[in-house]
Ligand binder design. Sequence first.
Ligand code: CO8
Length: 258
Amino acid sequence: MEYIRYEQQGAVGIVTISRPRALNALSAAVLDELQAAFEGIDQQTVRCVIVTGEGEKSFVAGADIAEMSTLTRAQGEAFGKKGNDVFRYIETFPLPVIAAVNGFALGGGCELSLSCDIRLCSENAVFGQPEVGLGITPGFGGTQRLARTVGMGRAKEMIYGARNIKAPDALRIGLVNAVYPQEELMPAALKLAQTIARNAPIAVRACKKAINEGMQVDMDHAVAIEEKLFGSCFETEDQREGMQAFLEKRKVEQFKNR
Ligand code: CO8
């Protein structure tokens, strides 16, 4: 791949968007490779994924403005769908995905981070949806996921005003879970990913599905979704071992993903 690096460290997969000359902006080719990178993740051995950007300046500085500048209406809609499809793939990816936001997360970059389960960022991170300043709307899920994450009022203020916010404000409004000095960001993301990876993988995947799907429906349907996924954990080797270990007052050596 030209724009994506992928490596596996133990049970953690690390996807790095690497197009530093354009601050890791998302061209159609980058989006294709991002999708391919996720499709290639070995879901038997990987239990948590981290997405980050190359370098110390930018996570992703948005969709590629040069590429978008000449699109027709139909092509614009198709490009929006392309990004939405990739980000929805990430959002519904069975394994948890942590965004390690190492700098600018603007437009499509902010939207990519929002399609991940958890966002951690560096002190120099800047989040924003600058699209209305470019004559377009956020088109890779920003109008939907930002409001669902930080609330409608804050999302509208950021989107209508094309107002970027820095890491402390992102933390204050709940857009990110934690802020770290740049050099501590990846170690912190890895530590969190490894903590998640130690837990029963079938149960972790069921939690992701239950939270994501339950948030989109009313409470009666939401608890029904939870019941099904809760039930699906029983009779697994990991459920038996997890509970047996508790009863025998010992630690689980390693969950088996079975
Ligand atoms: N697209 C293409 N190229 C980019 C982008 C981008 N989004 N961002 C940066 N670059 C390029 C610059 O053109 C420049 O290239 P070159 O060296 O060849 O001139 C290089 O990256 C370095 O950038 P700067 O020189 O501008 O670096 P600065 O440190 O001066 O500024 C900023 C950094 C503030 C991040 C600045 O680059 C910037 O404002 N970038 C654009 C940010 C932006 O507006 N992003 C939103 C884009 S729109 C979007 O994401 C919509 C998503 C939904 C699409 C739906 C489609 C229908």
